[in-house]
Write a protein that binds this ligand. Structure first.
Ligand SMILES: *[C@@H]1O[C@H](CO)[C@@H](O)[C@H](O)[C@H]1NC(C)=O
Ligand SMILES: *[C@@H]1O[C@H](CO)[C@@H](O)[C@H](O)[C@H]1NC(C)=O
Ligand SMILES: *[C@@H]1O[C@H](CO)[C@@H](O)[C@H](O)[C@H]1NC(C)=O
Ligand SMILES: *[C@@H]1O[C@H](CO)[C@@H](O)[C@H](O)[C@H]1NC(C)=O
Ligand SMILES: *[C@@H]1O[C@H](CO)[C@@H](O)[C@H](O)[C@H]1NC(C)=O
Ligand SMILES: *[C@@H]1O[C@H](CO)[C@@H](O)[C@H](O)[C@H]1NC(C)=O
Ligand SMILES: *[C@@H]1O[C@H](CO)[C@@H](O)[C@H](O)[C@H]1NC(C)=O
Length: 616
């Protein structure tokens, strides 16, 4: 026993670790082999040709149609046009939890798409076109929050399209032509959809708002559809005239009352909310904290609601005067989150300080278990309430899916608040920090984040060009991450040259220089994505370090090691690095425009999408 050298034990442990990290789990392999057997309806010839064998590793032993993209787990399964005539067992398929791309198109598959498909949580591409699939599309598809491209065209799916599907906010392709879907078209975010086709189904009802600009070819062959761009106009909505059927009349009248009720409620809620902030600020001025005390409740009279809880955590304005003063400065831009909110819920809403910076503080306010708002309190901004209001309303007119729109803002001489929907996944800063430890943040996701930020900023710069409103304070903690891993730029336009001196751009022309600052700061964010390092201050140290390494032709040394070991494309990383270096050029005039940056990143992304789909 004593003769066993002590180093043997750690080394064999290490070998064990390496071994287990390198192989796809056994039960996953067995599941995938069973999946294929069902897919081919026990066709042993196909099974032989494809060489899927549970005693070998799919990532190392060349299972045909399987790709791990340099990782240790199955990322893609592409079995197109292979005469498969069985059915899809999604429960077995999704045992491979890292699956991102599944294409089974151009086969003769029959049966349903089982609801267990939602267990493939990482799925981004699902191609099932040209098969004989039938039955209803499972509503669990809407749980696939990473899904970008769905092609189920040329099958025999029936029943309705899942009305929840628009919850998949990153969906870019939705192709369902030549099926037997009936019912109405769900309310997709059509501005975000690149490909949409529901031709030749049995859909009916009005074409949704936002889909009127689609081409006729995307909608034709549905005899029950009406409204633009189709030639058939929709019947006018039933007017609430006495001669009409009592039922419809009552229904629409009720609806009107309900909707206006929500609007009123929303207004009351936000009024109160803004007041609460002012009140809290005064009360907490000494403590600087954000805890709350039970205050007396004069709420009942103001809310006009019999069921107001007997004890509230806040007090409401006691005089009508103060309420009026608040209402004159509160502007509600859009209020999607609070439309079902009850007043009592808000009374209990806890608030929490998320962060405090040089230019203000950020709070999270929980309206109920599911609805949270983020509130930015801006410090020391010498802008008149009138100018602030104009500025906020101007910014609100330019909307992009990758830029967070304000829900409301409040402004008085002393106080400026901007209210956003709270994003629970947190910021890019947090994600980069986390990926240094355990959380995976792979190259595809990083490239997607880079492209999304550049697209959003290019759109805003273009739309606000005349006003010269840039972001002004772009940094990774202001880039929020949506649940589908798309980026969302927060706090757009809350900084002007007067209240910010962060970046090293010297210039007299303040409006131009704030745009050039944004480009510099985007360059720093790109460097953070590439290096996995978090920039300090304005990022000039990070930029200098990267420049010095690149000058010495040690370029690969700057990249995040986890990316390289993940099998990310080095070529693409070098391309993105070049974009970053152009953006961080010390001379503002030499930096590209935001449009150019977005186009450069899009080109790299497109190449990446093609490579997802190429081999295998
Ligand atoms: C495939 O084979 C299994 C047993 O090996 C059997 O239970 C199953 O019914 C077969 N399926 C088809 C479609 O033939
Ligand atoms: C699938 O194709 C094979 C021959 O290619 C055939 O024997 C089998 O009956 C087919 N199964 C189904 C379910 O169509
Ligand atoms: C889906 O995943 C959950 C959690 O991993 C698991 O409990 C469940 O059994 C899975 N469903 C199927 C059908 O595999
Ligand atoms: C969708 O699937 C159909 C059938 O497989 C195919 O012909 C078509 O090219 C696909 N469209 C896209 C955009 O992938
Ligand atoms: C499609 O499904 C419907 C039932 O939903 C059926 O009547 C029809 O025959 C099917 N068409 C094809 C081509 O399989
Ligand atoms: C789609 O449906 C239309 C109308 O029925 C038909 O003309 C067309 O051939 C179909 N396309 C395919 C590929 O089946
Ligand atoms: C949608 O699908 C139909 C039927 O296959 C096709 O004729 C049409 O060109 C497609 N529309 C677009 C916009 O691609």
């Amino acid at each position: 026993m004593e003769r066993i050298p002590t180093w043997v034990i750690p080394i064999s442990l290490l070998l064990l670790l390496i071994y287990s990290a390198n192989a796809e789990e056994d039960d996953v392999k067995v599941s995938l082999v069973s999946f294929l057997r069902k897919l081919s309806s026990n066709n042993s010839q196909i099974d032989l040709d494809l060489r899927w064998d549970a005693s070998t590793d799919p990532c190392l032993n060349g299972w045909v149609g399987v790709d791990c993209r340099g990782t240790n787990s199955v990322r893609k399964i592409i079995l197109e046009g292979r005469g498969l005539n069985g059915s899809i067992d999604a429960g077995l398929l999704c045992k491979a939890e890292s699956l991102a791309v599944v294409s089974l198109r151009d086969n003769e598959l029959h049966g349903r798409l089982p609801p267990e498909i939602s267990n493939c949580t990482e799925l981004t591409h699902l191609y099932l076109g040209s098969n004989r699939l039938s039955g209803s599309l499972p509503s669990s598809l809407s749980l696939l929050s990473n899904l970008k491209r769905l092609n189920i065209s040329y099958n025999n799916f029936s029943w309705g399209l899942p009305q929840d599907l628009p919850r998949v906010s990153g969906l870019k392709t939705m192709l369902a032509q030549n099926n037997s879907f009936d019912g109405s078209i769900p309310q997709f975010d059509f501005s975000n959809l690149q490909d949409f086709n529901v031709s030749y189904n049995r859909l009916s009802g009005p074409v949704p708002e936002g889909a009127h600009h689609l081409s006729l070819e995307s909608l034709m062959g549905n005899s029950g559809l009406c409204g633009e761009p189709l030639p058939k106009a929709c019947p006018p909505p039933p007017a609430p005239s006495p001669s009409q059927g009592g039922k419809t009349k009552k229904f629409s009248a009720e609806k009107v009352i309900m909707v206006s009720g929500y609007i009123a409620l929303g207004l009351v809620v936000l009024l109160f909310f803004a007041y609460k902030f002012v009140y809290r600020r005064m009360a907490d001025a000494k403590k600087g904290g954000y805890e709350k005390k039970v205050a007396d409740s004069s709420a009942k009279s103001s809310s006009g609601n019999k069921n107001t809880p007997s004890r509230s955590e806040y007090s409401l304005p006691t005089s009508n005067e103060s309420a009026a003063a608040v209402s004159s400065s509160l502007v509600v831009l859009v209020n999607p989150t609070t439309k079902e909110l009850k007043f009592e819920d808000l009374l209990k809403a806890p608030a929490e300080l998320l962060g405090r910076g040089r230019f203000g503080s950020l709070y999270k306010v929980m309206l109920d278990d599911t609805t949270a708002l983020a509130v930015k309190r801006i410090k020391d901004w010498a802008i008149s309430p009138e100018d602030f209001r104009k500025r906020m309303e101007r910014i609100d007119r330019v909307k992009h899916p990758n830029v967070l729109s304000a829900v409301a803002f409040y402004c008085s001489k002393q106080e400026k608040l901007v209210v956003y929907e709270y994003q629970k996944k947190g910021s890019l800063f947090k994600l980069l920090r986390g990926s240094q430890n355990d959380q995976a943040f792979d190259w595809d996701s990083r490239l997607n984040v880079a492209g999304g930020i550049a697209d959003g900023l290019a759109f805003m710069h273009q739309g606000l060009r005349e006003d010269g409103i840039g972001h002004g304070n772009l940094k990774s903690s202001n880039i929020l991450i949506k649940t589908n891993m798309d980026p969302c730029i927060s706090e757009y336009g809350l900084m002007t040259i007067n209240n910010c001196q962060t970046s090293p751009t010297p210039s007299d022309n303040t409006q131009v220089s704030i745009l050039k600052d944004d480009i510099y700061n985007l360059g720093i964010i790109l460097l953070e994505l590439l290096t996995g390092k978090v920039a300090q201050n304005n990022g000039s140290e990070l930029a200098q370090w990267v420049n010095s390494v690149v000058r010495e032709e040690w370029t690969v040394e700057v990249f995040d090691r986890t990316l390289l070991s993940d099998g990310a494309s080095e070529e693409q990383m070098v391309q993105l690095l070049q974009v970053a270096l152009k953006c961080t050029n010390p001379s503002p005039d030499a930096r590209p425009s935001m449009n150019q940056v977005a186009a450069m990143i899009d080109a790299i992304k497109e190449e990446d999408e093609r490579s997802i789909y190429s081999e295998a």
